[in-house]
Unconditional design. Structure first.
Length: 426
């Protein structure tokens, strides 16, 4: 009777860590079939078909393992039936305890850890002269600020300066507060400005509309201004709506630096739409994001337009833990000490943390390929990747430091100066 090779045993361990991974389970079944373990291959193929009833590869492998001829040609599949529920009599807790010595835990703790939610932070034409563009508007989403890991200071600022007045329209009318608002978020790239904008829309129960310069700019004279107008008209029709202007430094760059009249006219149109003469912007909440606020036209920050600013910094410790959990959730890992990993990733952006997890996966994959033994991602891979990654935010802070120190007009960069002093980057 054939016995299982070390490779098959390693694959079984990987499948146990990721039981819903159909391709991984089918690969195990192929190895079992090649080793002459037909019954075991049939069992693995059957489980794969439970997870993916319409998978042609799983059906073909099942027939091969059972000694039946494969179909000559695949016919169109009928609508797959829902996967059968797992047997109610199976004691999963007992099975987990039985293999506890063979399969290490996915996460280990080295002290108190945060209970932050598992969410990534992070969170971007030319046509014919008479063409009308369609703008995509997302319905009110379920993502709220509660899904943003950590960043409590940013949440408090948003609540006090932006969200609280919007949630209480009656109180706003009593004090003569218009149901409109403008907020400019700035900071280093990859720190979650877009995700925060979506969370604000969820908090308000509002539609969400994201616009960048590619959506507005047009080769035909006058079309860019018309597109800008149509963007705001769509948001007004969908009110309440959060209109997110991504990379607003491109949409609203300083006109004093422009020589092209067409782009100047587009910026002028944006200013006109933000004014919303006659209360046209009631229920339209404008959020803008930029990495270079010093390149935004000063008129955009006039009271009544984007008159409030919010600095979005690299994720703090609870946010880093949430981001790392999110990007490791579907990967085969063992004995990962998140507390230690959070400490060595200070100053990394959300995008940097995603890259760290990807690099650690590549390390384990290459090692498995070289040795022929599939293994899990562990702390060696994650810490090794962390040593090689330099914070992508450093160049941004190098540029922002000079602006904050020597061009802090009206105290706009006071919050940035305080952060730089706290981090001793001045």
């Amino acid at each position: 009777m054939s016995t299982e090779s070390p490779l098959i045993q390693s694959m079984r361990t990987a499948v146990a860590a990721a039981p819903n991974d159909v391709p991984l389970r089918l690969h195990l079944a192929e190895l079992l079939l090649g080793a002459g373990l037909s019954e075991a291959a049939v069992a693995e193929a059957a489980v794969a078909l439970q997870h993916a009833p319409g998978d042609a590869g799983a059906r073909t492998l099942m027939m091969r393992a059972m000694g039946l001829p494969a179909p000559a040609a695949e016919q169109p599949e009928p609508t797959p039936a829902p996967a059968p529920a797992p047997p109610t009599g199976f004691d999963w807790a007992a099975a987990e305890n039985e293999v506890a010595d063979a399969v290490p835990p996915r996460f280990v703790t080295s002290g108190p850890t945060s209970t932050a939610p598992e969410a990534p932070l992070a969170a971007d034409g030319g046509g014919d002269p008479g063409e009308t563009m369609a703008w995509e508007v997302d319905t009110p989403g379920t993502v709220t600020l509660a899904d943003v890991g950590g960043m409590e200071e940013i949440k408090e600022r948003l609540e006090a300066a932006f969200l609280a007045p919007m949630r209480n329209p009656e109180l706003g009318r009593l004090y003569g507060k218009s149901l409109r608002g403008g907020l400019l978020m700035y900071g280093p790239p990859g720190c979650g400005k877009t995700f925060i904008a979506r969370a604000v829309a969820g908090e308000l129960g509002a539609s969400f509309m994201s616009v960048s310069i590619n959506d507005v700019l047009d080769m035909w004279m006058g079309n860019s201004e018309r597109n800008m107008h149509e963007v705001f008209e769509t948001a007004r029709r969908q009110a309440p709506c959060v209109l997110f202007l991504d990379e607003v430094d491109a949409l609203g760059a300083k006109r004093s630096r422009m020589q092209h009249g067409g782009m100047r006219n587009t910026v002028n149109q944006l200013l006109t739409e933000l004014d919303g003469v006659g209360g046209a912007n009631e229920g339209v909440f404008v959020l803008a994001a930029t990495n270079v606020p010093w390149d935004v036209d000063i008129a955009l920050r006039r009271p009544g337009r984007l008159d409030r600013t919010l600095l979005v910094l690299p994720p703090d410790a609870p946010a880093r833990e949430a981001i790392l959990r999110y990007h490791l959730r579907d990967r085969p890992i063992e004995s990962v000490d998140l507390g230690k990993l959070v400490k060595v990733t200070e100053d990394l952006s959300g995008a940097d943390l995603a890259h760290l997890c990807e690099s650690a996966s590549e390390r384990a994959l290459l090692d498995s390929s070289r040795t022929g033994v599939v293994r899990m991602i562990d702390m060696r891979d994650l810490l090794g990747a962390a040593k090689e990654i330099r914070p992508s935010t450093d160049p941004w802070f190098a540029s922002a430091r000079n602006v904050a120190m020597f061009a802090n007009e009206g105290g706009m960069y006071d919050e940035l100066l305080a952060y730089l002093k706290r981090k001793r980057k001045l």
